[in-house]
Ligand binder design. Structure first.
Ligand SMILES: CC(C)(COP(=O)(O)OP(=O)(O)OC[C@H]1O[C@@H](n2cnc3c(N)ncnc32)[C@H](O)[C@@H]1OP(=O)(O)O)[C@@H](O)C(=O)NCCC(=O)NCCS
Length: 215
């Protein structure tokens, strides 16, 4: 996947905008891997078997899944974790499992992924988030996403990170704006994985390039 990353596997010239501490970076032959990262209030880490049940609860919540086709059944939720973990093995990054530093237990995911569908802006690296309702309204998604974006730019040499969601998903769009991501209406698109005419088909795309980040 050389087209995703710059020539240098590790760069540290970019100052972090939050208190990010890579606590267990491993370096494989193919490049860096971030196993776990800490922000001021959160731990972003790889997934464990104990996460399967709380993740299934999050994915079964119709409010959490309001801007997706449907809530997920347990089997689909488990399969999602398996795909996330496979992605870590391929890219070194992924959708990290998130927990609070002051409380044990999964509150959701935040991280980086590589969308698999064809689009004008692909190939690309996307930052995304999904938190349990009990963790909304605390700034956790934005805090964790800043950390993920910094990892993308600093550890993985990504030059641009995008985020997209249904035009109707105001809470998610608010996270993108808080992150300082930029929106050009010319980038908006109909999600190709949704059937024509689906109420969630219309999507906005936000972008952030390495040189647009502020310290
Ligand atoms: C998208 C989602 C993560 C946004 O969650 P959120 O809690 O609104 O976003 P943040 O974690 O950034 O928190 C920001 C809120 O916390 C508040 N907040 C409270 N304490 C804070 C603190 N210490 N620091 C920062 N913000 C704080 C902010 O004021 C803001 O509230 P407001 O929206 O009322 O102004 C959440 O709605 C979600 O998981 N949705 C379901 C999944 C989904 O749709 N994902 C996106 C698909 S593309």
């Amino acid at each position: 996947m050389g087209w995703l990353f710059g020539p240098s596997p590790v760069r540290s010239h970019h100052k972090h905008v939050v208190d990010v501490q890579a606590i267990d970076p491993e370096f494989s032959r193919s490049g860096p891997r971030v196993e776990a990262v800490r922000t001021a209030r959160l731990l972003l880490r790889r997934w464990t078997p104990r996460d399967r049940s709380p993740f299934a609860e999050i994915n079964a919540d119709p409010e959490v899944m309001k801007y997706f086709r449907a809530p997920l059944e347990r089997g689909d939720s488990d399969a999602f974790i398996d795909r996330i973990e496979a992605g870590f093995n391929t890219h070194g990054f992924g959708l990290w499992a998130v927990e609070r530093l002051d409380q044990t237990g999964l509150i959701g995911f935040v991280g980086l992924s590589v969308p698999s569908f064809e689009a004008s802006f692909a190939p690309c690296v996307e930052v995304g988030w999904r938190l349990a309702k009990s963790a909304w309204g605390c700034g956790y998604a934005t805090e964790a996403a800043r950390c993920a974006i910094n990892a993308g730019f600093d550890q993985f040499g990504v030059d641009e990170i995008v985020s997209f969601t249904s035009t109707a998903n105001a809470p998610s769009i608010a996270v993108m704006r808080r992150l300082g991501m930029h929106h050009d209406p010319a980038d908006d698109f109909d999600h190709p994985m949704l059937p024509a005419g689906h109420p969630l088909q219309s999507h906005v795309l936000y972008r952030l390039s390495r040189d647009q980040t502020t310290d």
